[in-house]
Design a protein around this ligand. Structure first.
Ligand code: CAA
Length: 368
């Protein structure tokens, strides 16, 4: 063995912190403003409320506060952080990574690899994978990684995507698998497409809605197909305590799981049964915050892990336009049952102010 060879560390999520901004808009208010039937947003898309940032809050504050919460819950020494990776598609600079803002505010510097990851909503998952693989490779020695996924999703006024907007941040310390062990094997799928993109210098994304739905469903089908392999799909799905998806809007997840289920030859009743039992409950927080892009899957994962017994397994499907996708497998650790991070969600949702259609219009006006 060479002098530099190191042992592989047990790896997973050691702590979680979440943060949502201080305002929210019920989708009924937006429907009124845009002259739409509120059921189109509530039933047609499955949305309830969207998180909105006040004028003085940006993705920097969301990412930093989520990271501060995750670090304070972790209990390790800051000196052990050897990597800060921030996934976002709300970059504030084309060169300086968002991780530098976070590190600056948290007083993290030194022998740390610090960077931003961009691949639309998949960026947070890539950061998690890189952190996990860094530890699993032995290169981390006994260091831990701080991973943050944070975004503010805003569409142009009147865009069909407007009711799906949202904002939020999730931070995780990747270290000992106290909350969840991360399987070393995962199942990626990517295809170059223009389904959703934001050219440099433009404030809002351009979207080919129908194409984006199609790409998402195809990615889900291929990732689940690879994960299930030759095994009996019923058995594999039944053994999972929860199945989490990236949630651009809840109806998208339902559509994608139907596609997966049909591909696996499950009948409509079984697909519906799995959806209601293992997927719908994981989107409880997503329905109240809207699409937080990179954070969206991890909000769902945080909800799913809360309360699980050690050893229970969770599937996590990530999708980012462009497009790249990956299905990861997690196994709950001893601290999942307590679900300490639920406190962040309860506090932020309880304390936030609901604005109405007028308040929302004024906010948009002040931003532009
Ligand atoms: N009552 C109940 N339901 C109604 C209704 C009413 N009065 N009126 C319409 N609906 C239903 C429609 O039947 C439809 O349901 P189905 O799809 O089940 O048929 C649903 O409401 C949506 O209506 P439309 O099909 O008319 O869709 P739209 O033109 O309003 O746009 C969208 C929908 C394309 C998803 C749009 O919201 C969008 O562009 N969103 C952004 C892109 C997106 O989220 N893509 C998802 C995959 S890409 C990704 O995941 C990355 C990411 O985060 C963005």
């Amino acid at each position: 063995m060479s002098a530099t060879a190191t042992a592989v560390n047990p790896t997973g999520i050691a702590s979680i912190g979440l943060h949502f901004p201080a305002l929210s808009l019920p989708v009924e208010e937006l429907a009124e403003l845009r002259g739409q039937d509120p059921d189109k947003y509530r039933v047609g898309l499955g949305c309830e409320e969207m998180s909105i940032c006040p004028p003085d809050v940006s993705v920097v504050e969301l990412a930093t506060e989520a990271a501060r919460r995750a670090l304070s819950r972790w209990g390790g020494s800051k000196e052990r952080i050897g990597m800060i990776a921030v996934g976002t598609e709300t970059a504030v600079d084309m060169s300086r990574p968002l991780s530098a803002w976070v590190a600056d505010r948290l007083g993290l510097s030194g022998a740390i690899r610090s960077y931003e990851v961009k691949h639309a909503c998949y960026g947070g998952t890539l950061a998690v994978r890189q952190a996990a693989e860094w530890r699993l490779s032995g290169a981390a020695r006994d260091q831990a990684a701080l991973v943050v996924a944070a975004d503010v999703a805003m569409y142009e006024e009147g865009d069909p995507g407007e009711p799906t907007q949202g904002a939020g941040g999730v931070a995780m310390v990747i270290d000992e698998p106290r909350i969840a062990r991360i399987d070393p094997v995962s199942y990626p799928w990517s295809e170059p497409q223009f389904d959703f993109w934001r050219p440099v210098g433009e404030n809002y994304p351009r979207v080919d809605g129908p194409l984006s739905l199609d790409c998402y469903k195809r990615a889900a089908e291929n990732c689940f197909k690879a994960m299930i392999g030759q095994r009996d799909p019923e058995v594999v799905l039944r053994e999972l305590a929860a199945i989490c998806f990236h949630v651009p809007f809840p109806k998208m997840v339902r559509k994608a799981f139907y596609r997966v289920g049909e591909f696996l030859d499950l009948n409509a009743e079984r697909i519906d049964g799995f959806f209601q039992e293992k997927i719908y409950p994981t989107m409880m927080w997503n329905r109240l915050c809207g699409n937080a892009y990179t954070a969206s899957l991890w909000i769902s994962v945080a909800r799913a892990l809360k309360g699980l017994a050690a050893g229970e397994r969770v599937a996590a499907f990530s999708y980012g336009s462009g497009f790249g996708a990956e299905l990861m497998m997690l196994e709950a650790g001893p601290d999942a049952a307590a679900g300490a991070w639920e406190q962040d969600v309860e506090t932020d949702f309880r304390d936030r102010e609901r604005i109405d259609a007028r308040g929302y219009s004024e906010l948009r006006e002040s931003r532009s």
